[in-house]
Design a protein around this ligand. Structure first.
Ligand SMILES: *[C@@H]1O[C@H](CO)[C@@H](O)[C@H](O)[C@H]1NC(C)=O
Ligand SMILES: *[C@@H]1O[C@H](CO)[C@@H](O)[C@H](O)[C@H]1NC(C)=O
Ligand SMILES: [Zn+2]
Ligand SMILES: [Zn+2]
Length: 482
C-alpha cells in the first residue's frame, strides 16, 4: 500500500489483487515473477529505498522503451498517460534553467562538502540533458532540499521511519521538493551509512519528473545504491531525462564513473576539515562518524574513515589524515571493519564479502579471502581481537561470530546472539580493547565500555568528550600542559 501496489481505499485485498501486486513488485525489483510472497520478495521489501510510490513506473517504462523504437516517427511529443497522482498536476518543468536551495543540513556532515556534493548531483543530470541548474542560497528556488525527522506535514504516509527503510522522497514537477530522513546516518565518501550524494541524485531525478526504473544499476531504481565503481547514471536514466528535456546544449553527454565521485567527495571532506593544532581544531572523525577503530601493539589507536586513517599515539598526538592504501596497498577504497591482533601481530580488514590480512604493510599470500569460506558474515559491523577467547570476534546485527586465527576457521557453536554481551547495542561501528583489557564499543557519538571480568557494560557516554585517547577532546593536552 505504501508504495502504490495496492490501493488503500480498498482495505481487504482478494487473492487476485495480491498476486498482481506482488508480480508488479517483482517486476520492478527484477525478481523472478512468481506472484508469491517468497523469501527473496520479502527480503527485497526490507531493503532501504526511496519513499516515492512505484505506481505507474511500469507503464512509463514501457512508453519510454517504446519511444526509442518509434523515435524516428514521433518526437516523443505525445502526452504520456499517467495514472492519477493526487498532488501533481504537471509532469515536467517548462523551463530549462532551474534554481535549487539547501534548506537545512544533515547532522555529522559539514555544510561545505554537502554543498559540493549536491552541486555534483545536479550536474550529473545537467551534463546529460538540456537542463541548467544554479544554487540560490536564499530567496525563492525551484527545487528545495530539506532534512526532516518523522512526520513533517506532508501526509502520514510520508512520515520518515528512522534509520533504514525509507531514506528520502521527492515530489514530481512542479512542486520542487526533496525531503531526506534526518535520522539516517548520511555519509559522503563511501564509509558506512547511506551515501548522500547518491540519494540526492536519485531524488533530483524525481523533482525533474522521472519515476522509478526496473533497470539494473539505474540510478532511478527505487532501492538504495552505493556509490560504486560503475557509472552513476545508466542508459535508462539518460533516456528518461532526455525524453523530457532533450540532449545537453554543449553536445555530447558527460558521464563519469563512481570512482571519480568517490575521490572528489573524499577530497572535499578533507579540504573542509579544520586544520592546525591549536584551540578547537579536531580531526574529521571527531564529528562522530568513522568506519573502524583498533589499537596496535604500541598502544597507538587507529581510526579509519573512507580512504584515510588517523593515528593517535599513546601520548595523545593525532596524526594528519593518512591515505589508507599507502600503508596497506591493495585494500579497497574504504573498509568496514579493522582489527589488529596482538596474537599474531597481523592486521585484519573487512569489506563487503572479503577479508584482507597484512603482516605490517604486506598483504599475506592467499588474501583477500572470501568471508563465507571462513564462516564469517558479509559487511560486518566491527571486528576485534578478544583476549579472553583468544580469537577474533565479529559483530553483525543481532549476532556475533568467532574466528580462530590459527586455523582461519569459524569456531564451532558460533554465531551466537549478541545478547551474550550484556548491555552491548547492535550496529556499533567500531570496537577496540584498551591496555587495561576493557573493550570500548562505538556507535556514532556514543560509546559503551564492556568489562570482560564482569561480562557486562559498565559505562556509557559520549566519546568525543569523555575519552581523551580518541584524540578528540583537548583535556589530555591541557592536563599535560598544566
Ligand atoms: C560535468 O561535465 C563537466 C565538463 O565536462 C565536468 O567537468 C564535470 O565533472 C561533470 N560533472 C558531473 C557530475 O558529471
Ligand atoms: C612499535 O614500536 C617499536 C619499538 O618500540 C617499533 O620498532 C615499531 O615500528 C612500532 N610499530 C609501529 C606499528 O609503529
Ligand atoms: Zn525514488
Ligand atoms: Zn516529505
Amino acid at each position: 500500500e505504501k508504495y502504490g501496489y495496492l490501493h488503500q481505499d480498498n482495505h481487504i485485498h482478494n487473492q487476485a489483487e495480491m498476486q498482481s501486486a506482488i508480480r508488479e513488485f517483482q517486476w520492478l525489483s527484477r525478481l523472478p515473477i512468481t506472484g508469491e510472497l517468497d523469501r527473496a520478495t520479502l527480503r527485497q521489501m526490507a531493503e532501504p529505498r526511496c519513499g516515492v510510490s512505484d505506481e505507474g513506473s511500469q507503464q512509463l517504462w514501457a512508453q519510454r522503451v517504446n519511444a526509442i523504437f518509434t523515435a524516428g516517427r514521433d518526437h516523443g511529443g505525445q502526452p504520456r498517460r499517467r495514472k492519477k497522482r493526487s498532488a501533481s498536476q504537471g509532469e515536467k518543468w517548462y523551463k530549462r534553467h532551474l534554481t535549487y536551495q539547501i534548506v537545512n543540513w544533515p547532522r555529522h556532515l559539514s555544510p561545505g562538502p554537502v554543498r559540493l556534493a549536491v552541486r555534483a548531483a545536479f550536474q550529473l543530470w545537467s551534463n546529460v540533458s538540456g537542463l541548467v541548474f544554479q544554487e540560490a542560497p536564499e530567496g525563492p528556488a525551484d527545487i528545495r532540499l530539506a532534512f526532516y525527522e518523522g512526520d513533517h506535514n506532508d501526509g502520514s504516509s510520508n512520515a520518515f521511519d528512522g534509520p533504514g527503510g525509507t531514506l528520502a522522497h521527492a515530489f514530481l514537477p512542479c512542486r520542487g521538493e526533496a525531503h531526506f530522513d534526518m535520522a539516517e546516518r548520511w555519509t559522503l565518501n563511501g564509509h558506512k551509512g547511506h551515501n548522500l550524494f547518491m540519494v540526492t541524485a536519485h531524488e533530483i531525478g524525481h523533482t525533474l519528473g522521472l519515476e522509478h526504473s526496473p533497470v539494473r544499476h539505474a540510478l532511478m531504481s527505487p532501492y538504495y545504491r552505493k556509490l560504486g565503481r560503475s557509472l552513476v547514471l545508466s542508459w535508462d536514466d539518460i533516456i528518461a531525462v532526455q525524453q523530457l528535456y532533450g540532449k545537453p546544449l554543449g553536445g555530447r553527454p558527460v558521464r563519469l564513473p563512481g570512482q571519480v565521485f568517490h575521490a572528489a567527495l573524499q577530497e572535499w571532506e578533507l579540504a573542509d576539515a579544520p586544520s592546525g593544532h591549536q584551540g578547537t581544531a579536531q580531526p574529521l572523525y571527531c564529528q562522530g562518524v568513522f568506519d573502524a577503530i583498533t589499537m596496535d601493539q604500541n598502544e597507538t589507536v587507529l581510526v579509519f574513515r573512507g580512504s584515510v586513517y588517523w593515528t593517535v599515539s599513546a601520548e595523545g598526538t593525532v596524526s594528519a589524515a593518512l591515505p589508507l592504501r599507502q600503508r596497506w596497498p591493495q585494500l579497497p577504497l574504504a573498509i568496514e571493519a579493522a582489527a589488529f591482533s596482538p596474537l599474531d601481530s597481523k592486521w585484519y580488514f573487512f569489506k563487503g564479502k572479503r577479508m584482507w590480512r597484512y603482516t605490517g604493510s604486506k598483504l599475506d599470500p592467499g588474501f583477500p579471502r572470501k568471508s563465507s569460506d571462513l564462516g564469517l558474515p558479509r559487511h560486518p559491523d566491527c571486528a576485534f581481537y578478544y583476549a579472553p577467547l583468544g580469537h577474533l570476534v565479529l559483530f553483525k546485527g543481532s549476532r556475533y561470530f568467532v574466528l580462530n586465527l590459527k586455523t582461519l576457521r569459524s569456531e564451532p557453536y558460533y554465531p551466537r546472539r549478541l545478547s551474550d554481551w550484556t548491555g552491548v547495542p547492535q550496529g556499533t561501528n567500531g570496537v577496540l580493547t584498551r591496555p587495561d583489557g576493557r573493550l570500548y564499543l562505538f556507535r556514532q557519538h556514543q560509546f559503551w565500555r564492556f568489562d570482560p571480568v564482569k561480562v557486562r557494560v559498565t559505562r556509557e557516554g559520549t566519546w568525543v568528550q569523555e575519552l581523551s585517547w580518541t584524540g578528540c577532546s583537548n583535556t589530555l593536552l591541557n592536563n599535560n600542559i598544566l
